[in-house]
Design a protein around this ligand. Sequence first.
Ligand code: SF4
Length: 353
Amino acid sequence: MTANNLIAELASSSAAERVHEHLERAWSAPQYTPEQQQHYKERIREQLQRHNAVLVAHYYTDPLIQALAEETGGCVADSLEMARFGKEHKADTLVVAGVRFMGETAKILTPHKRVLMPTLEATCSLDLGCPADEFAAFCDQHPEHTVVVYANTSAAVKARADWVVTSSIALDVVDYLDRRGEKILWAPDKHLGHYIQKQTGAKDMVLWDGACIVHEEFKARGLEDLKALYPEAAVLVHPESPQPVVDLADVTGSTSQLIRAAQTLPNQEFIVATDQGILYKMQQLCPDKTFYVAPTAGSGASCRSCASCPWMAMNVLENLADVFERTDNEIQVAPELGRQAMIPLQRMLDFRK
Ligand code: SF4
């Protein structure tokens, strides 16, 4: 099922309409000439310095942007590490290349800093599919459940939660809560929720019905075919993928965990089921190894999210170069909302210590 089919199937739901509407507005990254690349990169470097700012990029962004973040003293990481890095860095301004909830998380953790993004239009189907008012009503229906939400949510949804987790810590937190006998309400990614429930054996877990349009498209049949072609390759899968795909994995984990697996496993070849932007870091850390993108349902120009998040792709050199000149790209989180959202976020940070 392609992203469009997924949306069609859910056409009656308002979440699907929101995802569709936002996808319509997503743009593709332009092909820059080497001269253009040079021009934008120099301009971004100069602007970061002039504004005492640091560039923080997600593993799924364009490799050009990831390289620039590293070259300018910023970081490339998963959403939690991005926020943590931004908090600890001495810069006054954080330029967050990623999707909107990542900018919000950075702002919640660091309310006194200015947080800018190349575009606030870059969003996430999990965030869009979990509006705060509908989510609050869902929580109200399950008042005896501990509310655990994934980082891919708005500040308002985080503020309604007891815990915020990333994919790298979700298993441990749910396992901890289950052992304490707590009932769990999980949102928004149903595939990750099913995976966690299966791994932890959590007895009482209700799930919100959300999905990532990128990971949803990985297909078990195609993956089996690719495995047959490269029998020595280890299969690395992000748990936002559907269960039949996860079942074929040698390693299932968060972006950071998959990168670590690429480094530590003895295999020379890997099939990777997550956004292909991650291959930049894997190839950088393992230059002698070979990485293949896991097959998706779609291909060619008709595919909007073939192992490539259409919203991550909206971060381009051009809008990064004028990030300080615009007035429509600063992340704002109301102080009281930020304080409420910080409580479950802090719980996760303390849990990890
Ligand atoms: Fe959201 Fe999926 Fe894109 Fe990540 S890859 S930002 S989960 S839509």
